[in-house]
Design a protein around this ligand. Sequence first.
Ligand code: HEC
Ligand code: HEC
Ligand code: HEC
Ligand code: HEC
Ligand code: HEC
Ligand code: HEC
Ligand code: HEC
Ligand code: HEC
Ligand code: HEC
Ligand code: HEC
Length: 332
Amino acid sequence: MDDCTQGSRPNAHATTDFTCYANNQHRRGAARAWVLLCCCLLLGWVQAWASKHPDPEPFVDPTAGSTYVGAETCKSCHAELYDKSFAATPHAALLKEGKHGCEDCHGAGSAHVEGGGDVTKIIIFSKLSAAQASQRCMRCHQSNEENSDFAESMHLSQGVGCLSCHSPHHAGGPEFLLIKRQPLLCYGCHAQQKAEFARPYRHRVDVGLIKCSDCHNPHGSFRDHQLRESAGGMEVCTKCHSEKMGPFVFEHMPVKQDGCTSCHTPHGSTNPRLLRVSNINIMCLQCHTLDLTDNHFTPPERNFHNQNTQFQACTMCHTQIHGSNFNEFFFK
Ligand code: HEC
Ligand code: HEC
Ligand code: HEC
Ligand code: HEC
Ligand code: HEC
Ligand code: HEC
Ligand code: HEC
Ligand code: HEC
Ligand code: HEC
Ligand code: HEC
């Protein structure tokens, strides 16, 4: 029996040319249907993506052509806001040294004032995208090293702008014009980390012993996870735990090579000492394999680990597990 076409699957039931032809037609039809379906799915996906990522509307400055009238003029109509939500904030500094105050952020106000408060002639932040609003803030804050990576940050790329965390007029606390204090501010969006910091062993961010921003820069950094220092290394940890930094005469290789987070989790853990593994021995044995026939660890050939001792916590004897200046086996 001939195949219908080269490369097609032999069809045991195709006894006549007709069935062969019909099968081919059927296959071509099916192939077309598949192509069509794929196109539709692709189109649908592209449309869904596009609707989630609309072209950013270009910023049209409604105050272009206006001139500066000064904060005292703004105050004449917005007295309550001026007194309660501006005068005592750090931005009152904008009234000094030739700055304009309100208009540094909201744009020049002459047309707004002449229009008796024409809202189409003043910059209103709630009408701006996260990127547009942030850009206005960055005109002054870009030069601050703390903020300088914001434009490339994961936060801004996900639509989290300055005003997701800060409010110039309605801050929720005394510090840094934040909407809420840490960690509540961060927990609002980071539920997984909230759960991690609720574990029995954790860095005590809840009582302010340590802050998210001690390890992360919420304004972005050029390191993974917006960390202030590299995580693979150990700088992010040793700025507080400097005694673990060394250098030691006898280094424990993984501390220096793989960093603190190879054995510890940074946020919280169900295991004491923030360890990744619940049983210390099992953790050690992930790297140090015990040869059960003669109770030696590889590498070197030694015989101090018999069946009786192997289930004691390794760190009972090897106490200086981060490195030692006195003993190559990390004893006291
Ligand atoms: C003649 C009175 C008057 C003066 C002077 C004035 N405004 Fe207004 N402003 C208004 C009125 C009225 C509104 C609309 C009602 C409202 O939202 O408070 C308004 C609205 C605004 C809004 C929009 C509020 C919103 O989000 O709905 C901003 C921002 C604003 N003014 C800023 C300024 C600034 C900055 C100055 C100084 C350059 C200024 N205004 C001077 C009367 C005035
Ligand atoms: C540092 C930038 C900045 C300065 C300076 C500033 N504003 Fe605002 N203004 C904002 C932002 C951002 C908002 C949106 C609300 C928020 O996040 O606090 C806003 C909101 C407003 C609103 C809307 C009502 C409200 O309470 O939210 C008015 C009216 C207003 N500003 C007027 C003024 C006046 C008047 C001054 C000067 C006394 C001033 N602003 C100074 C950034 C600024
Ligand atoms: C015209 C310049 C200018 C613009 C625009 C501006 N700021 Fe500021 N900002 C300042 C100055 C000046 C200070 C006070 C700095 C100081 O006290 O050392 C300040 C302080 C701050 C602080 C620190 C408060 C603290 O407690 O240390 C935050 C947060 C802040 N601004 C956020 C914003 C946000 C958000 C925007 C945009 C809505 C913005 N700024 C727009 C000039 C500006
Ligand atoms: C994801 C939340 C978040 C976003 C987004 C954010 N900030 Fe902050 N910002 C913070 C926190 C938290 C602090 C306090 C940091 C600390 O405790 O050291 C802070 C501190 C600051 C300070 C004072 C810090 C210093 O050392 O000078 C300024 C100024 C500031 N932010 C401006 C901005 C500006 C401008 C933007 C937008 C371009 C922005 N922030 C976006 C959370 C945020
Ligand atoms: C002791 C330093 C430290 C503190 C404090 C800290 N983090 Fe982290 N965080 C890290 C490190 C290191 C990583 C990298 C992940 C890893 O190596 O396991 C990370 C990762 C993350 C990630 C990326 C996802 C993930 O879990 O891997 C998010 C989001 C995050 N942290 C948010 C927070 C928030 C929110 C807070 C405060 C409530 C916070 N972090 C406090 C060190 C810290
Ligand atoms: C308005 C919501 C919002 C707030 C508030 C917020 N974040 Fe985020 N954050 C996000 C989003 C969205 C991302 C992007 C990816 C994700 O979901 O982890 C992100 C990413 C991060 C990352 C990088 C995660 C990674 O895998 O690299 C860190 C670290 C982080 N945030 C820390 C913080 C800290 C610290 C605070 C408080 C000062 C904070 N965030 C406040 C929404 C927020
Ligand atoms: C800003 C300072 C700071 C930084 C940065 C920091 N820690 Fe800590 N760490 C502390 C403090 C304070 C304690 C004590 C906590 C307590 O008593 O609740 C602690 C406790 C610990 C503990 C002991 C927990 C226990 O059960 O005894 C471990 C393990 C630890 N940190 C690991 C790390 C690692 C890993 C990093 C880096 C990812 C890190 N730390 C970064 C301040 C810091
Ligand atoms: C090879 C795994 C390993 C690495 C890597 C490691 N640790 Fe540890 N760490 C441990 C073990 C195991 C304990 C628990 C010791 C005990 O219970 O006696 C511990 C305990 C701790 C403690 C609490 C007890 C104490 O001695 O203060 C801190 C803090 C700590 N480590 C910080 C760090 C820091 C910071 C780094 C990175 C410089 C780091 N660790 C790297 C295994 C490790
Ligand atoms: C991530 C892998 C890793 C983990 C986990 C680990 N180690 Fe190590 N350890 C090493 C390496 C690599 C060396 C260096 C081996 C060498 O020099 O030949 C070493 C060296 C040692 C030495 C010195 C050996 C010698 O011959 O000088 C001792 C003792 C030791 N580790 C004990 C432990 C104990 C106890 C634990 C658990 C708390 C542990 N190690 C966890 C990788 C690890
Ligand atoms: C009762 C104390 C004790 C306990 C518990 C203990 N060790 Fe040891 N370990 C020693 C002694 C003693 C030496 C040899 C020191 C010497 O040669 O001077 C040693 C040497 C080592 C060495 C390097 C030499 C070799 O045998 O290869 C490693 C790696 C090691 N131990 C890992 C571990 C691990 C992993 C555990 C937990 C499963 C552990 N030890 C538990 C006492 C102990």
